[in-house]
Ligand binder design. Structure first.
Ligand SMILES: *[C@@H]1O[C@H](CO)[C@@H](O)[C@H](O)[C@H]1NC(C)=O
Ligand SMILES: *[C@@H]1O[C@H](CO)[C@@H](O)[C@H](O)[C@H]1NC(C)=O
Ligand SMILES: *[C@@H]1O[C@H](CO)[C@@H](O)[C@H](O)[C@H]1NC(C)=O
Ligand SMILES: *[C@@H]1O[C@H](CO)[C@@H](O)[C@H](O)[C@H]1NC(C)=O
Length: 182
């Protein structure tokens, strides 16, 4: 007699738990991206005005697209973004597949933590003119990577041999940097 309601409440509880987990996952991603936004120099004048805590990152944020409630694409090409990737939430958006940050004014080195974005298929950091330092060897951990554009920056040093193990890489553009060598 008591079994039916008990099963029902278990199902309801599971559904609630599921909704809570899915919702809180993308809230965590949004919070992490907002933290990066606060480090950008022109955060108040850029296209990122739609990035706020009170809006839905998946639906309302400029340049953000989600898949199953998780951030899947970040495209702020030509978005007048001035800053660095030092506080980019590499550990907090694990389902990111497409990143296009080309044609901005991002500077500094490309952090080795970029290798944590293991679902990346597309990475475009080209035409920021200012990225410097070496090409991180951890890019070799991005086994799904098909497209890698780093051209028109100030990168220098050797091209990591680890890139050679990226089986799916079909388009690699490194031109117009400082002298880079194999
Ligand atoms: C941007 O706006 C926020 C809130 O209005 C303010 O706290 C912050 O200091 C501003 N940042 C810059 C760089 O102007
Ligand atoms: C990013 O958006 C631009 C147009 O705003 C588009 O041309 C480009 O293909 C997009 N990149 C990706 C990876 O979707
Ligand atoms: C970049 O954006 C500016 C306006 O903000 C526009 O005039 C320009 O054509 C854009 N460039 C490209 C290559 O999309
Ligand atoms: C590479 O691409 C193929 C076909 O799109 C896919 O099946 C595979 O999982 C991808 N990743 C690796 C590491 O080969």
């Amino acid at each position: 007699m008591m079994m039916v309601p008990r099963i029902f409440s278990f199902l309801q509880f599971s559904t609630l738990l599921y909704l809570f987990i899915v919702t809180s996952a993308s809230t965590e991603e949004a919070t992490a991206l907002l933290k990066w936004k606060t480090t950008l120099l022109n955060q108040n004048h850029s296209l990122l005005a739609s990035w706020t805590l009170s809006t839905d990152a998946c639906r309302d944020w400029y340049g953000v697209k989600c898949l199953n409630g998780r951030v899947n694409k970040l495209n702020i090409t030509n978005g007048s973004v001035i800053g660095t990737l030092y506080d980019f939430p590499f550990s907090s958006i694990p389902f990111l597949e497409f990143v296009d940050l080309s044609m901005n004014q991002l500077s500094g080195t490309i952090p080795p933590e970029i290798g944590k974005l293991t679902n990346l298929v597309y990475l475009d950091l080209s035409v920021n003119n200012l990225f410097s330092g070496s090409i991180p060897i951890t890019l070799g951990d991005l086994t799904e990577l098909k497209i890698l554009y780093l051209y028109h920056n100030q990168l220098s040093g050797p091209i990591p041999s680890e890139l050679g193990s990226l089986k799916n890489l079909s388009d690699l553009e490194l031109s117009n940097n400082r002298p880079i060598t194999w």
